[in-house]
Design a protein around this ligand. Structure first.
Ligand SMILES: Cc1cc2nc3c(=O)[nH]c(=O)nc-3n(C[C@H](O)[C@H](O)[C@H](O)COP(=O)(O)OP(=O)(O)OC[C@H]3O[C@@H](n4cnc5c(N)ncnc54)[C@H](O)[C@@H]3O)c2cc1C
Length: 382
């Protein structure tokens, strides 16, 4: 089976590695001039580490990560509102630097099958080829495959072919800044993530292994245009609990990543014939549950389990759609809702948030997390 994976991001590499394990002949086509990831942290919750274990990729991820056991939600001064234990399931919750995860995935794929500077312009299905998908590249070349996996992210060209629609991503009203700083203060070395909530703004810190922490800040802004310098971020979070000022100060200005919070309306259409979407191409989400990559790993594992069973590719892809879409849509909506709640500036929402009994809030969030984290991809096939 000859498979084209469009997009050399985390979803594309997960899928290539998963399909390589079942003997597919996979090629990855990346539009950019190189395979790279931004330096910023990423959480992999137990639902993703379970899938990574099934794909034989967990051990190197563990070596490159910090294990996390607890999330502390606080006010800007560091007073605790909720302490959320991450359930100790059969696989751990991990945080790591994105380039470290990409290195693990790259090592699992034959470098001769990775093509950079090869953007996909569109897909067509040619009936004279027995309905094989053809990939049309931006350079003018066309190539036929048995199957195409669209892992080309938020502005996916493959998605346009699959859904037949052109939709714009939706800005959810806040910008996010991220950075990585050296040195792990003791609280984080013990496996804690902290997230402080203010009025229309948040600041989080998590350990990511190799003696580093990642920080992220979110702030309501009417549009995505306003640039923000490191000095302005420092000024804005002045007076928030330590070590917030220290981690911002320890990050070089050029290494601060600025991202708008974006997602898309949910689509129920994931597949068209032998072409299927995975990752942000089909379920881009705001980062509030830390599940975007986790869902891409689940997509990749299920894809490989269904294709390994043999049978028509179209049928396997439509089963991926049927088995994945409700869960992914619920997580996209959950992340959007939590973002709106956490970023709220209105007094009523803040009063509800700030006056909620601590134990009740902690156990409500733990329960919601468990529903997402305890999922085992492939269990539905047993
Ligand atoms: C602030 C923030 C924090 C996050 N934190 C977490 C977290 O803690 N945990 C978590 O699980 N997720 C997190 N996420 C989500 C996660 O980053 C994404 O879900 C994940 O990176 C998506 O991977 P992907 O491969 O689908 O897409 P991408 O990373 O966007 O990769 C797509 C690739 O396709 C290429 N491409 C695009 N168009 C074409 C084309 N036409 N032809 C060929 N190649 C193309 C691109 O160049 C790119 O390399 C976070 C996201 C944000 C914004």
């Amino acid at each position: 089976m000859r498979v084209a994976v469009i997009g050399g991001g985390i979803a594309g590499f997960c899928a290539a590695s998963a399909l390589g394990r079942i003997g597919a002949d996979v090629e990855i086509f990346e539009r950019g001039p190189a395979i790279r990831e931004i330096g910023a942290g990423l959480s992999l919750w137990p639902n993703a580490t379970y899938a990574l274990r099934e794909l034989g990729l967990l051990e190197p991820c563990v070596r490159a990560s910090s294990r996390v056991r607890n999330i502390r939600l606080t006010d800007p001064a560091g007073r605790e509102w909720a302490s959320i234990r991450i359930s100790g399931g059969e696989t751990p919750a991990l945080c790591l630097d994105r380039p470290a995860l990409l290195s693990v995935l790259l090592a699992a794929v034959d470098p001769r099958r990775i093509h950079v500077g090869e953007g996909c312009k569109g897909i067509s299905l040619e009936s004279r080829d027995g309905c094989k998908p053809r990939v049309h590249f931006e350079g003018g070349r066309t190539q036929a495959f048995d199957a195409v996996i669209g892992a080309d992210g938020l502005d996916s060209a493959v998605r346009r072919f699959v859904t037949g629609r052109v939709e714009r991503p939706v800005y959810r009203g806040y910008m996010i800044w991220r950075g990585v700083a050296d040195g792990i203060p003791p609280l984080y070395a013990e496996g804690n993530i902290t997230e402080a909530w203010g009025r229309g703004e948040r600041f989080g810190i998590m350990p990511i292994g190799n003696g580093k922490v990642c920080w992220y800040a979110a702030r309501n802004q009417p549009d995505t245009a306003a640039p923000q310098s490191k000095a302005e971020i420092l000024e804005h979070f002045r007076g928030w609990h330590p070590p917030i000022a220290e981690v911002i100060a320890a990050t070089p200005e050029s290494a601060i990543v600025r991202t708008p919070a974006l997602d898309r309306p949910t689509t129920w259409t994931w597949a068209r014939g032998p072409v299927v979407l995975i990752g942000d191409a089909v379920h881009p989400m705001t980062p509030n549950l830390g599940q975007g990559t986790c869902q891409a790993v689940e997509d990749a594992l299920l894809l490989s389990l269904l294709l390994a069973g043999g049978g028509p590719i179209e049928k396997a892809f439509h089963r991926v759609e049927r088995l994945r879409r409700a869960r992914a849509a619920a997580i996209v909506l959950g992340a959007r809702w939590i973002g709106g709640f956490a970023q709220s500036e209105g007094w009523a929402a803040r009063l509800a948030r700030n006056s909620f009994p601590r134990a009740l809030l902690s156990s409500a969030i733990e329960g919601a997390f468990r529903a997402v984290h305890d999922y085992r991809t492939g269990a539905c096939l047993a």
